[in-house]
Structure formats: structure tokens, C-alpha cells
Design a protein around this ligand. Structure first.
Ligand SMILES: Nc1nc2c(c(=O)[nH]1)N[C@H]1C(S)=C(S)[C@@H](COP(=O)(O)OP(=O)(O)OC[C@H]3O[C@@H](n4cnc5c(=O)[nH]c(N)nc54)[C@H](O)[C@@H]3O)O[C@H]1N2
Ligand SMILES: Nc1nc2c(c(=O)[nH]1)N[C@H]1C(S)=C(S)[C@@H](COP(=O)(O)OP(=O)(O)OC[C@H]3O[C@@H](n4cnc5c(=O)[nH]c(N)nc54)[C@H](O)[C@@H]3O)O[C@H]1N2
Ligand code: SF4
Ligand SMILES: [Mo]
Length: 700
């Protein structure tokens, strides 16, 4: 790990880093640097147990992204109509002055809440991602409520376990069965596959995958359960029915650790495999086989992904799946239990980074997923307050990733809205901005990272200098704060000082210590990770009976049809159902070579993904008079998109899968795939049901 000595034959130095992308793996990286300025290949750190030397292909070839000729390196000022993409370069001072002037003007005329800083997880670094919050709070700007990713999943998990943490992934080495539920790990978190396949090789573990189509993860599984979208609650119920029926439920464990095992057993009486077969489309035999595997092997590791939560019944389904290891008693065994995210185990004090001490809870919070409705003046989305007139956007590309794109487009086209986008590339969002600021990439700044799929806290020092003209999120936030008269001690600190402060305040040592060790394993002790000292509700029990309004999750009030949510695990038929007018269901699953809309700018990723594509069953195509490679239109009441079709028998009849969030400009008529998705709030606290959309399909 010597980061100073260059290899004498090649001149290459290896520098430590951490992948900043929004991925549960948060890989520890060894980065080849030549001449102090250029990146070579990126490797996974061998000695970090979770990364174990493996990174995904798109990050291994990061040189292509960081040294991309299209990177933004100069601030831009819009000179043509909104969205025209016509800009002229200006210098940094002028750009920052213009942004500050407009923000101050909006604040004077309409109040501070008319400004809405908007950000997400383009970088997961705590300083660069969350520092914008300090500006929000110090200025009393409208607050941001992030729902787009975890909005349904986390409440579903917390309703059962009481907090967002689970078993360490390192325990997979001790598992007899590994259930990869609603995540295409081969594409979205490759390291999970490393550990699962290692357990299979070393101790004969069985890998089960549960998805709605035949992904690469499904192909690598020993038992692949391909069910209908939104049917995971039914599957979970039938599995638990079998566990009770066959004496495989751990009654002693439940008596001690669960709230209502008798009520659950009675409730599940009618949730038979036959009942679930009709809902899921799985055979009774497949459901029985899965239940028997889980019941006979207490060391079953449930790796619960995000995909199955991106349904209108997603929170209820997450809760239902989490009930399974509680009925089987898997939690009590090493290698058994569940993991969805370990974000809850770091317990960092983010006061200085986010300016939490300046936070005013009376200031309205606007829902990220409803950005189209917010900008369109929807009174409910605006919380009864005035319109949003100015935005600062960092690390996110809402004009590709947010649901109900027609609304989003109309919103961003408003002449009276001033938008500053800080970006690495001229994304669809940057293209609509009034001022564009060029951003650094992770290897060009310092930051601190927590993991979701593991429990390492990691520091990544700057490895190379940024291109001249690029500035980090922190620098932009600080420069704007000064011009806007925002006061907070965090604005006077460097990223390193902020990180050191955060570590010390959190009892996690110092930056010097973390930098020397590279990472800190924050895994809670075994008993705590397995909830053997009690679940995180006041009664110490796992809750089979979800009390949705009381879910321990920092929410922004109840949303969507939360009153109808089942309390005990069940199939909740609230999803967008296909009908005569819209005979297909559409899911927009991840593309292996993109990460959300990131990497859609790199040539090799684009070449591998080829073009926006709708995968359909060959019989469905034939019935529409379509052949593989033809052009088609997909539509619903929200709009329509044009793309190519691909015949794929790994997608069930009636389902369409389109992989990846391609930029709208990659589609034949400039409308992106999220034109079709809804922005109605998912119960109980909001979020978007990206894989739950009904559409019609026709040639075109
Ligand atoms: N290559 C790549 N990696 C990524 C991303 C990416 O876009 N590309 N995105 C990153 C981000 S932000 C996140 S949050 C994670 C998310 O990663 P995951 O946890 O894997 O979640 P998703 O990508 O939403 O979907 C995973 C799978 O769920 C399936 N699915 C959809 N509906 C259902 C259902 O009702 N039931 C079941 N059982 N399965 C269903 C989808 O078909 C898909 O194969 O991945 C991260 N990593
Ligand atoms: N149809 C459909 N839509 C989806 C999903 C889906 O599965 N299907 N997944 C949803 C999910 S889970 C998520 S998390 C969201 C993600 O949506 P986004 O958070 O918008 O993620 P990206 O599309 O990757 O865009 C991140 C942007 O941040 C920029 N960026 C990266 N690092 C920095 C930095 O340090 N500074 C600045 N200023 N910019 C930076 C990148 O260049 C990139 O353009 O998308 C959601 N949208
Ligand atoms: S697997 Fe995820 S965390 Fe690891 S390098 Fe790839 S995108 Fe980054
Ligand atoms: Mo996400």
C-alpha cells in the first residue's frame, strides 16, 4: 500500500481511494497514477475484506470518465432559450456572483423558502454530498427530503427491526443458504457475488435469487424464483405458512424476540403456497422448495435489495420478507439473519458537515421525488407555501432519473425559475440550467465514506489535481455562503478539518488515524448485529405487526395510501395493475455498465449497453407484429417513449424490462424512460415506484 514509491519500470504509483458512487459496495480502491496527474487502471483493495480485490468493470476503467474530453472545465452562462444548450463560458467569480445575486433577489422578493437546494448521491462522500445542507439550514432555504432511493425500503425494514442495520456480510462465509432477494447483485453490487459464490465453493452454500426476470444474478443462482412484480409479500407469507405448518418455525425464538407470533400464525393460515402461486406466478413446488430450504437451514442469510421495494407495495413487501428470518429463527445463528443496509451502524455526528445546529424544523421540506410537482406549483407538493424560484443542484440528474418526466421538463422550462447546476458533464439537467459550474471528481478531492453493504468507514485522500477550472462541491458551497451572508463555522473549515471534527465528535478517532489505517471496521458486536440484545423498538421485539405511522424513520409525514397498508405481512394489491388499455407492466432495472445515469457519457459503457431497449417475451412481440430489433412506442397517461425492442424469453409474458436510465437524448424522440413512471407518493412516507408502471406497447 505504499503510496509514495513509484514502480521504477513503469513510473506508476498506487494511491488509496474509495469508490464514491451510489452503490452498496463502496469499494476500497488502489488507483494507478502516472506522472502525478493521470489515472491508470483502478483495482479493488486486496486487504479490505469486503472489497477483496474486486471492483466492477465500469470503475476499473475510470480513466475513461475522469480524463473524458467532454468534461466540464469552465463555468457556463446560458445565452439561448432554456434547454437550448447554448452557453458561453464565463469566469468563476462572475458565475458565483450571478448565482448569489439571483438567490438574494429571490429571497428578498419571495422569502428564503423560494430557494431549494437539490442534491443526491452522485458522490456518496459525506463532505461533498451533504455540505449543501449546511447552506440550506444556514439560509433557511426550503429543506430537501430524499426519497428517490430508500423511501420505501427503509421504512419497510425499520417497521420490523426498528433500525436500519443487519448482519455483517462477512458472515456469508458461514451461511448454508444465501437468498439474494430483489437485487441484481452481478450488476449493482458485484462484491456480494464474490462472497456468495465463495460460500458456495467453500461450504456448499445454496444461492437463491428472487427477481422478476432472468438477470445474470438469477442465472448464477442454484434456485431462481422468477415472480410477478410486486408479489414478494405473497411469497414471504407462503414461506412462513410452510414454516409454521411443517414445524420449522422457531417458536422459542419468537416467544422471546417477536411481538405477535400467534396472531401471525393464525393470519397465515390461509396464505398457502397455492394462494401465493396464483399471485406470484411461481409453482407450488418452487415455493415449497424455497420454504423447506429456509426452514431446514437456520444459517440462511437474507440479502434484501432495493429492487423489490420500488413498487407501490414495496415497504409492505420489505417488511414481509424481513419477517421470514424471524419466523425461522435465523437471526440467532452465525451466518443467518438479514442485511439490507448497514448505514445505521456508523452513528456519525454530522452537525458540522450538515449544519444541523442551524436547522429550523419549521422550514418546509420538499420531496425530492416530487420535483416535477413542486416546480409545477402543486399546492400539496409545495406544502401550502409559495413557488420555488431558484435552485442549486449538485450530484444529481433529475431530468433523467426523476419520475414523471413530462412534469419535470415543464417545471425546469419555467422562465421564472433560476437554476444553477454544478456538474462534471453537460447532463440533461445541466443543459436546462442558467448557470453551469464544473465539478471535481472523487480522485481530485478529499472525502469520508460510509458503506451500505458493509460496515467500513473509509477516507479517500485526493489522488491527483483536478483539471484547471473544476471546483469541488465544498468549494462552491463555501464560496456561495460567503456571497450570501450565510454563517456557520463549517464554512471556514477545509474538507479535512470537517472530517477530523466529525470523527472526533463521533468517537471514531481522528483523521490522522483513519488515514493511516485507510478504513475502520464499525461492525457492531455479534449480539447487537443479530438483535440478540433485542430489536430496536421500545419493547425490544421484532414487529410482525407493523405500526406504520410509528415507524422509526426520519420522515416528513405520512404519504400515499398509508391507511390501507397491512399491519401483519400480506399481499397488498395497491400496485398499478395492467388493464385493457395498458396490457403490460414495465420495470426499469439497472444496466450493468451504467450507474443510474452516470457512465452514460463513457463510450465503452454506452457501447456495451448499445441503446435504449425494451426487452419483451417473443410471444408478446409476435402478438404485436413486432420482431427483435424493431422500433416500438411505449406509453400511458403520462406520456410516451420510442425505443427498440429485444426478444427475450427470460422476461415473462405481460412484462417489459428496460435496463438503465439512459439520457432522454439517447431516445429517438428525446423522451426518456422515466416519462412513463409515476410521481405519486409511495406509502408510508413517500418515494417512487420505478418498477411499477403500466404501459401499452405498439409498433412505431
Ligand atoms: N450497474 C449498476 N449498479 C448500480 C446501479 C445502477 O443503476 N447500475 N444503481 C445503484 C443504486 S442508486 C442503487 S439504490 C442500487 C440498487 O440496486 P438493487 O438493490 O439491485 O435494486 P434495483 O437496481 O432497483 O433492482 C434490482 C432488481 O430488482 C428487480 N425487481 C423489480 N421489481 C421487483 C419485484 O417486485 N420483486 C423482485 N423480487 N424483484 C424486483 C429488478 O428487475 C432488478 O433486477 O444499485 C446501485 N448500483
Ligand atoms: N427508471 C428508474 N429511475 C431511477 C432508478 C431506477 O431504478 N429506475 N433508480 C433511482 C435511484 S435508486 C436513484 S439513487 C436515483 C439516482 O439518481 P442520481 O442521484 O441523479 O444519480 P445519477 O444519475 O448517477 O447522477 C449523479 C450525477 O452526479 C454527478 N456527480 C458525481 N459526483 C459529483 C460531485 O462530486 N459533484 C457534483 N457537483 N456532481 C457530481 C454525476 O456526474 C451525475 O451526473 O435514480 C433513480 N431513478
Ligand atoms: S462495485 Fe460499486 S462501489 Fe465497487 S467500484 Fe463498482 S460502483 Fe464502485
Ligand atoms: Mo439508489
Amino acid at each position: 500500500m505504499d503510496s509514495s514509491a513509484a514502480d521504477p519500470s513503469t513510473g506508476i504509483v498506487r494511491r488509496p481511494s474509495v469508490c464514491p458512487h451510489d452503490c452498496p459496495s463502496t469499494c476500497a480502491l488502489d488507483v494507478e497514477v502516472t506522472g502525478g496527474q493521470r489515472i491508470g487502471r483502478i483495482h479493488g483493495a486486496e486487504d479490505q475484506r469486503y472489497t477483496a480485490g474486486v471492483v466492477c468493470a465500469k470503475v476499473a476503467r475510470y480513466a475513461e470518465r475522469i480524463h473524458h474530453p467532454d468534461r466540464l472545465t469552465r463555468p457556463l452562462l446560458r445565452v439561448g432559450p432554456k434547454g437550448s444548450g447554448q452557453f458561453k463560458p464565463i469566469d468563476w467569480n462572475e458565475a458565483l456572483d450571478r448565482v448569489a445575486e439571483r438567490f438574494l433577489d429571490v429571497e428578498r422578493r419571495c422569502g428564503a423558502e423560494a430557494v431549494w437546494p437539490y442534491f443526491y448521491a452522485g458522490t456518496m462522500g459525506l463532505v461533498m454530498r451533504d455540505g449543501i445542507e449546511r447552506l440550506t439550514h444556514a439560509k433557511r432555504y426550503s429543506r430537501f427530503f430524499g426519497t428517490i432511493c430508500v423511501g420505501a425500503a427503509w421504512p419497510g425494514y425499520a417497521a420490523g427491526a426498528g433500525r436500519i442495520s443487519g448482519v455483517s456480510p462477512s458472515e456469508m462465509a458461514k451461511s448454508d443458504v444465501i437468498v439474494i432477494w430483489g437485487t441484481n447483485a452481478v450488476a449493482t453490487q458485484v462484491n456480494l457475488m464474490t462472497h456468495a459464490t465463495r460460500a458456495r465453493k467453500e461450504r456448499g452454500a445454496t444461492i437463491v435469487a428472487i427477481d422478476i426476470y432472468d438477470t445474470e444474478t438469477m442465472r448464477q443462482a442454484d434456485l431462481a424464483l422468477r415472480l410477478r412484480p410486486g408479489a414478494d409479500g405473497a411469497l414471504a407469507c407462503a414461506v412462513m405458512h410452510v414454516l409454521f405448518r411443517d414445524g420449522l418455525a422457531d417458536r422459542d425464538y419468537m416467544a422471546r424476540y417477536a411481538d405477535a407470533p400467534d396472531a401471525l400464525e393464525a393470519h397465515l393460515e390461509t396464505r398457502t403456497p397455492q394462494w401465493a402461486s396464483a399471485i406470484t406466478g411461481l409453482s407450488v413446488a418452487a415455493i415449497e422448495e424455497f420454504a423447506s430450504l429456509v426452514g431446514r437451514h437456520k444459517r440462511t442469510f437474507f440479502r434484501l435489495g432495493y429492487g423489490f421495494s420500488r413498487q407501490r407495495n414495496g415497504a409492505a413487501n420489505m417488511h414481509a420478507a424481513l419477517c421470514v428470518p424471524t419466523v425461522s429463527g435465523a437471526w440467532a445463528h452465525e451466518g443467518g439473519g438479514a442485511l439490507h443496509s448497514n448505514s445505521g451502524c456508523f452513528k456519525l455526528d454530522k452537525t458540522m458537515i450538515e449544519g444541523l445546529d442551524a436547522r429550523d424544523p419549521s422550514v418546509r421540506r420538499l420531496d425530492q421525488s416530487r420535483v416535477g410537482a413542486v416546480l409545477g406549483g402543486d399546492a400539496e407538493a409545495l406544502k401550502g407555501g409559495g413557488p420555488v424560484k431558484a435552485m442549486l443542484i449538485q450530484n444529481t440528474n433529475p431530468l433523467a432519473v426523476a419520475p414523471d418526466q413530462e412534469k419535470v421538463r415543464r417545471g425546469f422550462a419555467r422562465e421564472d425559475l433560476f437554476v444553477c447546476v454544478h456538474e462534471q458533464f453537460l447532463t440533461d439537467t445541466a443543459r436546462t440550467a442558467d448557470v453551469v459550474l464544473p465539478a471535481t471528481m472523487f480522485l481530485e478531492h478529499d472525502d469520508l465514506y460510509t458503506g451500505g453493504g458493509h460496515q467500513y468507514l473509509q477516507f479517500a485522500p485526493r489522488a491527483i489535481d483536478p483539471p484547471e477550472g473544476c471546483r469541488s462541491n465544498h468549494e462552491v458551497v463555501v464560496a456561495l455562503a460567503e456571497r450570501l451572508g450565510a454563517r456557520h463555522p463549517g464554512f471556514a473549515m477545509s474538507p479535512r478539518q470537517l472530517i477530523d471534527w466529525t470523527l472526533r465528535a463521533s468517537g471514531r478517532g481522528t483523521l490522522a488515524e483513519l488515514e493511516a489505517g485507510r478504513w475502520l471496521d464499525c461492525a457492531p458486536p455479534f449480539a447487537q448485529a443479530h438483535f440478540l440484545d433485542g430489536f430496536a423498538h421500545a419493547d425490544g421485539k421484532f414487529h410482525f405487526r407493523a405500526d406504520w405511522p410509528a415507524t422509526p424513520y426520519a420522515n416528513d409525514g405520512l404519504k400515499g395510501p398509508w391507511r390501507e397498508m397491512p399491519s401483519l405481512p400480506d399481499h397488498w394489491p395497491v400496485n398499478e395493475a395492467a388493464d385493457d388499455e395498458h396490457p403490460f407492466k414495465l420495470a426499469i432495472s439497472p444496466a450493468r455498465n451504467f450507474l443510474n445515469s452516470t457512465f452514460t457519457e463513457t463510450a465503452t459503457s454506452r457501447a456495451r449497453e448499445r441503446r435504449p431497449t425494451a426487452m419483451m417475451h417473443p410471444d408478446d412481440l409476435a402478438a404485436l407484429g413486432l420482431a427483435d430489433g424493431d422500433l416500438a412506442r411505449l406509453g400511458n397517461g403520462r406520456g410516451e417513449v420510442r425505443l427498440h425492442v429485444r426478444a427475450f424469453a427470460g422476461v415473462s409474458r405481460g412484462l417489459i424490462v428496460s435496463e438503465g436510465v439512459w439520457p432522454p437524448s439517447a431516445f429517438l424522440d428525446g423522451r426518456g424512460i422515466n416519462t412513463l413512471t409515476g410521481d405519486d407518493s409511495v406509502a408510508p412516507f413517500g418515494g417512487a415506484a420505478f418498477h411499477d408502471t403500466r404501459v401499452w406497447a405498439r409498433a412505431g
